[in-house]
Design a protein around this ligand. Structure first.
Ligand code: SF4
Length: 301
């Protein structure tokens, strides 16, 4: 498999210099843009070509709060120095030694929750009650995350690390939530999921096939982004479902990486051909552009 993978990389990256000079203008795409196009190409046009503002969304603001909190937490604290007792009063008859309080760089659950408060974005919620419901859910998720994180010896190497690379006439860019160095020196890509999506299957590599295709596609893109930027092939890619405090990991297979090229080419050609058709779906009632959308208006008649 290794040689098949390296042939593929030679084709995708090493071969880039030998590609014939393209007449086409470079199209810049991210995972979100590609997945929005796949969800509804008219929505893509409104959002990314006409740059119409989207409506505030509690899920978006909540996701940003959680991502920013975890980024700052790992940037500022070394979890190997966790001090679980610091928030309790010192036991009677003892003085508060370094061992009790942790070191000056020690970290405590309160540090994480303080960052959560600092990063809270109050816009986008429909009511005070809804905001409080999200706030409590975030606190529960972070408490569970912390308990797991302090037992994890892996060190985050990069946080919110951006990348870009070429596929044909497209420049793909993105940001990886986290890249860890594993105890054996290999790398792991981690993408946090703060939403309420259910896990259909957990654990085994084969089960990842049962996850929604867009998530698998996202991880393949990030894998290639990491490989291209650092010339390091990650050993595994993971989705961390914070709601369930559950991380699902898998390796990438060459066919999944070839799919990236196929999907990018397909979406890019349709964008270049200006194919922007509405595609109605269960998310239409929450679409920021439904008032502009002929298909949505028609459905209401
Ligand atoms: S309302 Fe639905 S069909 Fe219309 S643009 Fe939005 S997602 Fe597309």
């Amino acid at each position: 498999m290794k040689s098949e993978q390296s042939d593929f990389f030679k084709h995708l990256f090493g071969g880039e210099k030998s590609l014939p000079k393209s007449e086409k203008k470079i199209l810049v795409l991210s995972y979100s843009q590609i997945s929005t196009y796949q969800q509804c190409s008219l929505k893509y046009k409104f959002q990314y070509m006409e740059k119409r503002p989207s409506k505030p969304s509690p899920h978006l603001d909540f996701g940003n709060t959680i991502h920013n909190t975890l980024k700052e937490f790992h940037q500022n604290f070394d979890l190997r120095k966790a001090s679980p007792f610091r928030s309790n009063p010192a036991p009677k008859g003892t003085d508060a030694s370094d061992e009790y309080w942790g070191t000056s760089n020690g970290v405590n659950l309160e540090d994480l929750l303080e960052l959560y408060e600092k990063n809270w974005v109050a816009e986008g919620y429909e009511s005070r009650e809804q905001e409080e419901e999200f706030r409590r859910e975030g606190e529960r998720m972070l408490k569970n995350y912390y308990q797991t994180a302090i037992k994890n010896p892996n060190l985050p190497l990069y946080l919110e690390e951006s990348f870009k690379f070429r596929i044909g006439d497209c420049e793909i860019w993105g940001k990886i939530d986290r890249i860890d160095r594993l105890p054996d020196g290999e790398w792991e890509i981690i993408d946090y999921k703060a939403g309420k999506r259910r896990i259909k299957q957990v654990g085994l590599e084969a089960d990842l096939n049962l996850l929604e295709i867009d998530e698998s596609f996202q991880l393949s893109l990030y894998y290639l982004g990491c490989k291209n930027k650092f010339e390091k092939v990650p050993e595994k890619v993971s989705l961390y479902y914070l709601k369930y405090n559950q991380k699902i990991s898998a390796a990438r297979r060459p066919e999944q990486l070839r799919d990236v090229e196929r999907i990018v080419d397909q979406v890019a050609s349709q964008i270049r051909e200006k194919k922007f058709e509405p595609k109605k779906g269960p998310l239409c009632p929450w679409c920021s552009y439904k008032e502009l959308c002929p298909a949505f208006k028609e459905a209401l008649l």
